[in-house]
Design a protein around this ligand. Structure first.
Ligand SMILES: Cc1ncc(C[n+]2csc(CCOP(=O)(O)OP(=O)(O)O)c2C)c(N)n1
Ligand SMILES: [Mg+2]
Length: 741
C-alpha cells in the first residue's frame, strides 16, 4: 500500500464542492469503481501466477501495467452495444465491460464452462458474446482487420436494416444480427504488433472508409525482449501514422486513468459522430515480464524496471485517490479486502470446475445447425429457359452457358435473395468511379475474369466494391463482417496470390467457431481463380495447392469441374453456415466442356457428394477440377483401344469428400488411380491413396496409383508447361498400366 497525503489545495474546497468535483467529467464514485476494477485485474493476474506455480493452470499472461488505459476505454464504450477486439493485455477493460474474475479463471483452468472457449484457448483470450467481445486468438495483429470488417458491417447494416431479418432454410436462420446506429468498434494491440503489415492495411481501410473504429496501441516499449525502437522507425508509432486522413489521434500516458479517459473520450466522440476512426497511443508499463515463460531481467536492467515501477498505475491511482480525498487509506484497505475475498471465492469455485471431456473435441469444427452434406442442399436442376420461343414462333435452342456465366448468374440470384451478401476483392467492381457508370462513359469491368460483371451496377457500390491489393485485408475484413452476420462472397484474384491471407485463412477464419466453443462463427465464401493449362500462365498464374487448405479443419473446400456443378455448389457454399474456399479453375471458366443451361435459382448440390462422370467396371479413377475432362478423354481412348472400362469419379468437393462413392467403386473395380493437377508429392491424392490403401487393402488387386504434375513450378514455355502438368496422355498411360497390373 503506497502512502500519500491529501492535497492541501483540497482543504480550501467545501465538503460539498469536494464531493461533486469531477475529473475530466469522471465522478468520485466512477474513480473508485475504476480503481476497484484496476485492482481486481492486478489481483487476478497475481492469483493466476500463483496457480501457475502450483501447476493448477498451464499458462499465464498478465495485463499488469495496462489497467488504467483499459478502464478508461471501458468508461467511454458500451458493452453489448459497441464491439470489442481486445488483445491479451486487456484484462482490466474486459472486467470493466462486465466479465468476471470467475469467468477468467475458468479459462485459466481450462474448464468446460469457460465462456470464452470451453477450455480450448489459453487464458486472456477473451470472448464474451453477451458483451460483444469477439473471440480473440494468439497471432499478433490478426484481430485488427477483423475489427475493421466488424465496423464496416455496422455501417452496412445501418444502411441495409432489412438485412438483419432472419430467414429460414439457410445460415440466416442461425445467425442473430444486430447493430446500433452509432456503434463503434474497439481494437487494441501492443507496440510490437504495429510492425505487422495487417496493422497498416487496417489503418489504410479505416481511414479510407472513415470507419467508426478506435485503435488503441498499448505501448509498453517491449515486444517480448525487442524494444520499441527496433520495431518502429524512430521509436514512436504516433509519428509514423499521423499522415492517415480522417483520424482523430491521441498520444497519452496510459498509466493515468484520468488523462487516458479524456483522450479516449475525444477519440470515441470523433468516431460516434461519424467523422472517422480514432487512434489512441497509450504509453504503459509491463511490470511482470512478457509472460510467465519470460524473464525480463535477461534483457532489462534494474534501473529501467525501477523507472517503470514508479509509474505503476495501481500505485498511482491509490495515491491519486488519497491525494484528492476521494478515499482514505482505510477505505482503500477495505476495498482491497473485499476484492481479495471475492477473488478467493472465484478461485475456489474455478478450481472445482468440470473439465471438457475428449468426446467433445470435435464439436463445433463446423456448424452444428446446418449440414451442407444433407438432403436440404440437394435440389434438382430445372431448366425453364433451355428453349425460348422466338418471335416467329419457331423454337431455337438457347446455347448452353459457360461456368463463368453460371457463376455470375448464381451470384446475381443469391444477392437478390439475400441482402446480407457483399462482394469484394481486387477488380471485382464494374468501376469504382461509379460516376463513369452512371453517365454510361464506360461498360465496367467486373473482375479480371469478368465473373462479377454487372453486379455493382445491379446491386450498388456498397454491396460490390474493390479493395486494395492486400489479400489479408480481403479475408480479414470478410471474417469480421461474417462474424457480425453478413455473408461476404469475396474473390482472391489468383490462387498464386492467396498467401498474404494465409494467417487469416489458417489461424482465424476456420478456427473462430471451434475456439469460441460455438459462441462465434464466420460463415463466408472465398472464390479463388486457380490452376494452370493456360499456355503461358507460368509460375504465378498456374498454381494449385488445394491440399494446403484441405489440411485446415473448419474450412470447406470445393473444386467444381463444370458449369452446372459450379452453380449448384456455389449456392450451397453461400447458403451454408461454414466458411468455404470455392476454387474455380480458370481454364474451365469458358471451356466448351461442361457448359450448361442456367438451372432454376434454387438449384443446390450438397457437399461431400461425388459425381460419377462415367461408370465402369475395370479401374476407378478419382479426380476433380480441370483433370476431369482430361481424364475422361483418356478413359474414352482406353475403352476404345483396349476395352478397359474406367469408372471416373469427380469429387467436386475436397473437404468433405465422398468416401462412400470412392469405396463402393474400388470394391467393384479393385484398382484405383488418383489424378490431380497439383504437384505429385504431398498432394491431395496422397490422402485419398492412403485411405484406400488403409481401408480397402483386401479389395485391391494393384497398388494405388497417382498421376499428377511434376514436383516443380509451372513454366511459361508451353512445351515445358505441357510436360509439367498431367496431360491426357499421362493419364492414359497411368490408367493402362494400372489396368494391366
Ligand atoms: C504473428 C505472431 N508472431 C509472433 C508471436 C509471438 N509473440 C507473442 S506476443 C509477442 C510480442 C507482442 O508484443 P506487443 O505487440 O508489443 O505486445 P505486448 O505483449 O508487449 O503487450 C510475440 C512476438 C505471435 N503471437 N504472433
Ligand atoms: Mg509491447
Amino acid at each position: 500500500m503506497a502512502t500519500a497525503k491529501t492535497d492541501p489545495k483540497l482543504s480550501a474546497l467545501s465538503t460539498e464542492e469536494r464531493k461533486t468535483k469531477t475529473y475530466e467529467g469522471l465522478s468520485r464514485q466512477q474513480l473508485i469503481d475504476a480503481y476497484r476494477i484496476m485492482y481486481t485485474s492486478r489481483r487476478v493476474d497475481d492469483r493466476e501466477i500463483l496457480l501457475k506455480r502450483q501447476q493448477k493452470i498451464f499458462f499465464q499472461i498478465s495485463g499488469a501495467g495496462h489497467e488504467a488505459i483499459g478502464v478508461a476505454a471501458a468508461l467511454c464504450l458500451r458493452p453489448a452495444y459497441d464491439w470489442f477486439y481486445p488483445y491479451y493485455r486487456d484484462r482490466a477493460l474486459v472486467l470493466a465491460l462486465g466479465a468476471t474474475p470467475y469467468e477468467m479463471l475458468l479459462q485459466a483452468v481450462g474448464a468446460a464452462d469457460d465462456p470464452s472457449s470451453g477450455g480450448r484457448q489459453m487464458p486472456s483470450h477473451w470472448a464474451y458474446r453477451r458483451l460483444n467481445i469477439v473471440t480473440q486468438s494468439s497471432p499478433t495483429g490478426t484481430q485488427i482487420l477483423q475489427a475493421v470488417g466488424c465496423a464496416e458491417a455496422g455501417v452496412y447494416l445501418r444502411n441495409h436494416p432489412n438485412a438483419t431479418e432472419k430467414a429460414s432454410g439457410d445460415y440466416r436462420q442461425f445467425k442473430d444480427v444486430s447493430f446500433r446506429g452509432d456503434e463503434i468498434t474497439y481494437v487494441s494491440l501492443g507496440d510490437g504488433t504495429t510492425s505487422e503489415g495487417e496493422f497498416w492495411e487496417a489503418l489504410n481501410t479505416a481511414a479510407n472508409r472513415k470507419l467508426p473504429i478506435v485503435f488503441v496501441v498499448e505501448d509498453n516499449e517491449y515486444a517480448i525482449s525487442v524494444p520499441v525502437e527496433v520495431q518502429t522507425a524512430g521509436g514512436n508509432i504516433s509519428r509514423l501514422v499521423s499522415g492517415f486522413p480522417n483520424f482523430h489521434f491521441e498520444e497519452v500516458d496510459g498509466t493515468d486513468p484520468v488523462v487516458s479517459y479524456a483522450a479516449m473520450k475525444r477519440a470515441v466522440e470523433h468516431c460516434r459522430a461519424g467523422k472517422g476512426p480514432g487512434f489512441v497511443h497509450a504509453h504503459v508499463i509491463r511490470p511482470y515480464s512478457h509472460s510467465l515463460s519470460d524473464d525480463e531481467r535477461l534483457y532489462r536492467p534494474d534501473v529501467e524496471r525501477q523507472r517503470d515501477a514508479a509509474r505503476d498505475p495501481i500505485n498511482r491511482m491509490q495515491m491519486f485517490l488519497i491525494r484528492e480525498g476521494i478515499l482514505d487509506e482505510n477505505s482503500i484497505n477495505k476495498l482491497e479486502k473485499q476484492v481479495e475475498d471475492e477473488m478467493q471465492v472465484a478461485v475456489d469455485r474455478a478450481l472445482e470446475a468440470k473439465f471438457p471431456t475428449p468426446e467433445t473435441i470435435t464439436n463445433f469444427i463446423y456448424s452444428p445447425d446446418l449440414d451442407p452434406t444433407s438432403a436440404q442442399f440437394d435440389t434438382p436442376p430445372v431448366f425453364p429457359q433451355a428453349e425460348t420461343p422466338p418471335a416467329d414462333g419457331k423454337k431455337t435452342p438457347v446455347l448452353p452457358k459457360t461456368m463463368a456465366e453460371l457463376i455470375n448468374g448464381t451470384l446475381r440470384d443469391e444477392m437478390k435473395r439475400d441482402e446480407r451478401i457483399v462482394v469484394f476483392g481486387e477488380d471485382v467492381a464494374d468501376a469504382s468511379r461509379e460516376d463513369y457508370l452512371k453517365k454510361k462513359l464506360v461498360k465496367g469491368k467486373g473482375g479480371v475474369f469478368k465473373l462479377t460483371a454487372g453486379l455493382q451496377m445491379a446491386f450498388g457500390s456498397d454491396r460490390v466494391f474493390n479493395t486494395p491489393i492486400a489479400e489479408a485485408n480481403i479475408v480479414g475484413r470478410a471474417t469480421g463482417m461474417a462474424t457480425r452476420g453478413l455473408k461476404p462472397v469475396v474473390e482472391i484474384q489468383f490462387f498464386d496470390y492467396i498467401w498474404p491471407a494465409m494467417m487469416q485463412l489458417r489461424d482465424e477464419l476456420p478456427v473462430i467457431r471451434w475456439r469460441s466453443n460455438n459462441a462465434f462463427s464466420a460463415p463466408l465464401v472465398i472464390r479463388v481463380a486457380i490452376g494452370g493449362y493456360l499456355t503461358g500462365g507460368a509460375l504465378y498464374h498456374s498454381q494449385c495447392g488445394e491440399s494446403i487448405f484441405t489440411h485446415i479443419p473448419g474450412l470447406r473446400v470445393v473444386f467444381p469441374s463444370n458449369a452446372l456443378d459450379a452453380a449448384g455448389l456455389l449456392r450451397t457454399a453461400i447458403r451454408c453456415d461454414d466458411p468455404v474456399l470455392f476454387l474455380e479453375h480458370k481454364r474451365l471458366y469458358r471451356e466448351t466442356y461442361g457448359r450448361s443451361h442456367y438451372p432454376v435459382p434454387d438449384f443446390m448440390i450438397p457437399f461431400g457428394k461425388a459425381r460419377i462422370v462415367q461408370p465402369g467396371t475395370d479401374i476407378t479413377v478419382i479426380t476433380y477440377g480441370a483433370v476431369v475432362p482430361r481424364a475422361l478423354q483418356a478413359a474414352q481412348r482406353l475403352e476404345r483401344e483396349h476395352g478397359v472400362k474406367v469408372e471416373l469419379i469427380d469429387l467436386r468437393t475436397l473437404n468433405p469428400f465422398d468416401w462412400e462413392t470412392i469405396a463402393a467403386s474400388v470394391r467393384k473395380t479393385n484398382r484405383a488411380l488418383v489424378a490431380y493437377e497439383d504437384s505429385l508429392s504431398w498432394g491431395y491424392g496422397a490422402e485419398i491413396a492412403a485411405r484406400i490403401a488403409d481401408q480397402l487393402f483386401p479389395q485391391l488387386d494393384a497398388p494405388v496409383r497417382r498421376v499428377a504434375a511434376m514436383d516443380v513450378y509451372v513454366a511459361y514455355q508451353p512445351i515445358l508447361e505441357d510436360a509439367i502438368l498431367p496431360q491426357p496422355n499421362d493419364l492414359f498411360r497411368g490408367m493402362k498400366e494400372l489396368a494391366e497390373y
